[in-house]
Design a protein around this ligand. Structure first.
Ligand code: PMP
Ligand code: GLU
Length: 397
């Protein structure tokens, strides 16, 4: 069969692929500890589950407007005002089947053949592939732990060309866990103001910030940029609702209505029941969220320290999300049973085969000197998993 060329431009999501591999090994009875996928290990809070049950019992089980029901849009509008100081109307909000879907709709609505999209590296796995699918060209801007994995205004300006269509910012960041301050965003925003392109602000890890750091996005840091910014967020990470598939975008009417039009010819509305649950998530009590954040923060501090204690590994102290992103390049050149380890792919294969620990190779995020640990798993798993990694590394020669 000859498939469409576009299928060959992209790879399956590597994070989801590693999760599937770890789950398949577990199903065979092998005790694998998974640091692969970025998915909270907590249950969706009780009040949210109840709201969904009520929606089903009340027969709220039919098609809804494509871009979401007004009650959910209003909850999103209140959230954006309360948390981010941003004002939106209903026609500036569209709800999709996860933030990944919102981002996909943005790239399909915005990017033309040959358009360039600036993506800081390390990046979340789906950004380049979604840009490629839309016929665009990802323009990568490298960062490392010396700059806390953040791009500078000078680096941004250098990457801009007449073909630049958009910049993607993700703070707190998957995979590095870094986060930009309001002041840093203001400085990047001042560069953006000199040119004419859209900014996609992926705020999905907004609530997962540690050490008392306040959240900021570029539209709140530079209000003049709001008319050119699309804010993307969702309930997956904050409320442990990955399976419910609700994400949203807020931005200029023109792009929001184009995204809704595309969605009307693809998925139609996101699940009616999940929309009702998301209203409760956004408007209801936030105690469960506070508990989860505090637990993630403890795990962050523990895993980063443990990783830094392993010879050959050095790990940046992240400030948000639920990922540790250690530099493992000092281990390259070593070998195990005669097999050389010289990149993040072989190192992760070694971790899986010999330590029974699933970790994502940094190459998936454009950074081969690193690997990603998702610490959205219990403290006990983290302790056992790092013990195994430590032991496996001591066997390298
Ligand atoms: N953006 C980033 C940076 C992510 O890590 C994820 C996690 N999958 C998403 C967007 C999409 O989340 P979801 O589709 O579950 O809302
Ligand atoms: N964003 C999560 C991760 O990076 C979920 C997997 C995915 O959607 O790619 O692991």
């Amino acid at each position: 069969m000859k498939l469409a060329d576009r299928v060959h431009k992209i790879q399956p999501s590597p994070t989801l692929a590693i999760d599937a591999k770890a789950k398949a090994l577990k199903a065979e009875g092998i005790d694998v500890i998974g640091f692969g996928v970025g998915e909270p290990d907590f249950d969706t809070p009780e009040n949210i589950r109840q709201a969904a049950k009520k929606a089903i019992d009340n027969g709220f089980t039919r098609y809804t407007p494509v871009g979401g029901i007004d009650e959910l849009k209003d909850a999103i509008i209140s959230k954006l005002k309360r948390d981010n100081g941003l004002e939106f109307r209903r026609d500036q909000i569209t709800v999709a089947c996860g933030a990944k879907h919102s981002l996909y709709n943005i790239s399909q609505a915005l990017i033309q053949e040959g358009d360039e999209v600036i993506i800081p590296v390390p990046y979340w796995v789906s950004y380049p592939d979604q840009v490629l699918l839309a016929g665009g060209r990802p323009v990568f801007v490298d960062t490392d732990e010396k700059s806390a994995f953040k791009i500078s205004p000078e680096q941004l300006e250098k990457a801009i060309t007449p073909r630049t269509k958009a910049l993607i910012l993700n703070s707190p960041c998957n995979p590095t866990g870094t986060s930009y301050t309001r002041d840093e965003l203001r400085k990047l925003g001042e560069v953006c103001l000199k040119y004419d392109f859209m900014i996609i602000s992926d705020d999905i890890y907004e609530k997962l910030l540690y050490d008392g750091i306040p959240f900021a996005n570029i539209a709140s840091a530079v209000p003049e940029l709001q008319s050119r910014t699309i804010v993307v967020n969702g309930v997956s990470k904050t409320f442990a609702m990955t399976g419910w598939r609700i994400g949203y975008a807020a931005g200029p009417v023109e792009i929001i209505s184009a995204m809704t039009k595309l969605q009307s010819q693809s998925t139609s509305n996101p699940s009616s029941v999940a929309q009702k649950a998301s209203i409760e998530a956004l408007n209801g009590p936030q105690d469960a969220v506070k508990m989860m954040i505090s637990e993630f923060e403890n795990r962050r501090t523990y895993i980063v320290k443990r990783l830094n204690d392993i010879p050959g590994i050095s790990c940046f102290m992240s400030t948000g999300a639920f990922y540790a992103f250690p530099n493992v390049s000092e281990l390259y050149g070593k070998s195990f049973s005669g097999k050389a380890i010289n990149n993040s792919t072989n190192l992760c294969a070694f971790f899986l085969e010999h330590a029974r620990v699933a970790v994502v190779p940094g190459i998936a995020f454009g950074a081969d000197n690193y690997v990603r640990f998702s610490y959205a798993t219990s403290m006990d798993n983290i302790r056992r998993g790092i013990d195994r990694i430590e032991e496996a590394i001591s066997a390298l020669v």
